[in-house]
Design a protein around this ligand. Structure first.
Ligand code: NAD
Length: 295
């Protein structure tokens, strides 16, 4: 069993660290927020008061932080303190450029590193059923895999440095666009007098079929487990979808890709957030479309 430092014990990091403890690892954690530190402590994580103190004896360092700037600053802070050959893993969702920069920092210090963003939300983090999308050298991935398996059920090696982040934002751009497309289908159906169930029964077995429709249906009824049946509580909050769509647009700009629908999806989620709905599940974008139709 390994000695693991876990930095960033929020909604995702807290339960992920708890699952590492459950798997028998010795986990030392740090977060800026006291409530997060206390919650992790209750789950068996040893708490310290500085990131550098968490990593001193760690064989593996995991970060789960809000954005690229936090990851780069924490990695910079701990890098001089970590032991030789410590494996650096970042599970946050961040921009590809920062992920590559973090790998570069690790390489300069001769440390193996993996970018390993996740999909599966807080439910997946709690139940250890996350999907990890990994980027980094083969040997670093092989070392990270058994650790990630304690927190997830599918671990995919997507390629070299930053490939995990690249896969994550491409996937979530598809998701953001497809959710809006499904919502548009339902709002048009409503205007045409079609019942939600009738449209679902046809589209879910026809060429309109997709995850946003069959697993996460944005109207109450057809898929009882979708957030639409729970007052659009997240789930996956619209603010997080907007974050990922922004990352995708940044990556499209810097790489020269053409992603007009991704850009349009970003502006629609931006307007939804400005209306105060950042905390609503991202499938709640259907309300925004209905509201636009009335004006
Ligand atoms: P969160 O805000 O709940 O947790 C982030 C934690 O990092 C906070 O507790 C914060 O105090 C801590 N933090 C920030 N700077 C720090 C520092 N310098 N040192 C130590 N701690 C610091 O966010 P979350 O929902 O846990 O998300 C974490 C990451 O996972 C994000 O990149 C997010 O995009 C990604 N993600 C989230 C979900 C989700 O459903 N919540 C799903 C997939 C991916």
């Amino acid at each position: 069993m390994a000695n693991i430092a876990f930095i960033g014990l929020g909604n995702m990091g807290g339960p992920m660290a708890a699952n590492l403890v459950k798997a028998g690892h010795k986990v030392t954690g740090f977060d800026l927020v006291e409530a997060s530190r206390e919650a992790a402590k209750a789950k068996g994580v040893s708490i310290v008061h500085h990131a550098a103190d968490a990593v001193k004896t760690a064989e593996i360092v995991i970060t789960m932080l809000p954005a690229g700037k936090h990851v780069l600053s924490v990695w910079k802070e701990v890098m001089p303190v970590v032991g030789k050959n410590t494996l650096m893993i970042d599970c946050s969702t961040i921009d590809v450029e920062s992920a590559r920069h973090a790998h570069g920092q690790a390489a300069l210090a001769k440390l193996p590193s993996v970018d390993a963003p996740v999909s599966g939300g807080t439910g997946g983090a709690t139940n250890a059923t996350l999907t990890f999308m990994c980027g980094g050298e083969e040997a670093a991935f092989a070392a990270a895999k058994p650790i990630l398996e304690a927190m997830g059920k599918k671990i995919v090696h997507c390629g070299g440095a930053g490939a995990g982040q690249a896969a994550k934002i491409c996937n979530n751009m598809i998701l953001g666009i497809s959710m809006i497309a499904v919502c548009e289908g339902f709002t048009l159906g409503e205007k045409l007098g079609l019942s939600h169930q009738a449209l679902f029964d046809v589209a879910s077995t026809s060429s309109g079929q997709c995850w946003s429709l069959t697993t996460y249906c944005p109207v109450p009824g057809p898929v009882p487990t979708s957030p639409a049946n729970n007052e659009y509580k997240p789930g996956f909050a619209a603010a997080l979808m907007l974050k990922d769509l922004r990352l995708a647009q940044e990556a499209a700009k810097s790489s020269g890709a053409t992603t007009p629908l991704g850009g349009h999806a970003e502006s629609i989620y931006e307007a939804f957030e400005k209306e105060g709905h950042g905390g609503t599940d991202f499938s709640g974008i259907i309300h925004y479309l209905r509201m636009m139709a009335k004006t």
